[in-house]
Design a protein around this ligand. Structure first.
Ligand code: HEC
Ligand code: HEC
Length: 342
């Protein structure tokens, strides 16, 4: 009898062990299927992070689904909507005001100002109020937003106590809420890019513009409108409804950096479509197209603080406006460096 009991126990144990074995094998198989599913592993030659950057420190925006239903949450959501669909509220056919060119903030601050190196708002809350050489003063977020209304949207400034301004600022603060005060998040704003060693070439730019851009933005940079409501499907790059000559994008370095990391639409900083050289040349071509001329007399109170690619004089140097617009920029930079060391 005793030996019969022992045999029964061994058989039971064997069953338990084989069930555990089967379960473990199933888990291993599921794990393998998960690991090798398409897209989980990087493709050969694909960079997940650009050389020298660590993914853990690349800034990502908070999730808009997590915006609360409180009064503050409503304001943040309205602000987000104003960034995405600015022209529905403020623009030629806007419900609140006509005083802007029909562009949306999101046209240049991609994905509601959250796309890495897509001219995002990651470091605005952490860095403002900020001293800016253009105005020679400390600027608040409100002041900076109105800069873009007056220059990029060629419109009128908003009253800083308006619901719209308060909501835009609430949204921008929310986007940057996880970046510690005084720090710049990696991936915020636009990417760094080296100067081109020669002047940017408008003629090469035209050829590459025709290849890469005109299908959406039009042969003359006129953009394309939606047939239904007259808003832009593809925003204009030139003419009466584009950013004016006092806008940030009118500086060739900003334009080249923006398109390198973001255009043609769908390009990203880690999967660019254009080379840096093509970006400079296309920038030169687009910035040679006609657009609204505007100057703010209070800009650049100290001439020597003008960026070397500021396209309008007067300057504290003898280089031409042409060279300040298209380069080569290294000789201008060298001139200012030499002045500093003297
Ligand atoms: C035509 C393109 C364009 C449009 C449209 C535009 N902006 Fe900008 N904006 C820029 C560029 C370029 C910069 C950076 C300029 C620079 O650094 O010199 C900028 C900078 C900013 C900054 C400061 C970012 C920082 O990190 O310092 C804020 C805030 C801002 N824009 C808000 C807005 C808002 C709000 C709107 C809509 C009312 C808007 N912008 C529309 C091009 C645009
Ligand atoms: C497939 C269509 C498409 C192509 C091709 C394309 N873009 Fe864009 N571009 C867009 C869209 C759409 C936006 C606005 C993005 C948004 O609002 O989310 C935009 C925005 C822009 C902006 C900022 C807004 C403005 O109007 O000033 C610039 C500058 C720009 N594109 C330049 C270029 C250049 C230069 C090329 C060629 C290298 C190019 N794009 C190719 C679709 C395109």
């Amino acid at each position: 009898m005793k030996s019969q009991q022992a045999i029964d126990t061994i058989i039971r144990l064997a069953r338990v062990v084989s069930v555990i074995f089967v379960v473990v094998v199933i888990f291993i198989l599921l794990g393998a299927i998960h690991y090798f599913r398409p897209g989980f592993l990087p493709k050969r030659g694909e960079h997940l992070t650009p050389p020298g950057e660590v993914i853990t420190s690349l800034w990502t925006a908070p999730d808009p689904a997590a915006i609360s239903d409180s009064e503050e949450g409503k304001s943040i959501r309205y602000g987000r909507d104003l960034i995405i669909r600015t022209s529905a509220f403020i623009g030629p056919s806007g419900s609140l005001s006509k005083k802007a060119n029909g562009m949306n903030c999101q046209n240049c601050h991609l994905e509601a100002g959250t796309k890495p190196y897509g001219n995002n708002f990651g470091s605005v809350a952490s860095m403002y109020p900020k001293f800016r050489a253009r105005s020679g003063s400390f600027e608040t977020i409100e002041r900076r937003v109105n800069d873009c209304f007056q220059r990029s949207l060629n419109g009128a400034p908003l009253d800083s106590s308006s619901v719209e301004m308060k909501s835009i600022v609430a949204y921008i603060r929310w986007v940057g809420k996880d970046v510690p005060k005084g720090q710049r998040a990696k991936g915020s704003g636009l990417p760094e890019m080296k100067w081109l060693s020669r002047a940017a070439d408008r003629h090469m730019g035209k050829i590459n513009y025709r290849k890469n851009c005109s299908v959406c933005h039009g042969a003359e940079g006129e953009g394309q409108k939606n047939l239904t409501d007259g808003t832009y499907l593809y925003p204009p790059l030139s003419g009466a409804n584009s950013f004016n000559t006092a806008a940030g994008l009118y500086r060739i370095s900003n334009f080249a950096k923006y398109i390198y990391a973001n255009m043609p639409h769908g390009a990203t900083y880690d999967h660019p479509v254009l080379t840096e050289q093509e970006s400079w040349d296309i920038a030169a071509y687009v910035l040679s197209m006609p657009r609204v001329k505007k100057a703010f007399i209070a800009d650049w109170p100290k001439l020597e603080t003008k960026p070397v690619d500021h396209p309008f004089g007067p300057y504290a140097d003898n280089f031409s406006e042409e060279q300040h617009k298209y380069g080569p920029f290294a000789p201008i930079e060298k001139f200012y460096q030499a002045q500093k060391t003297n």
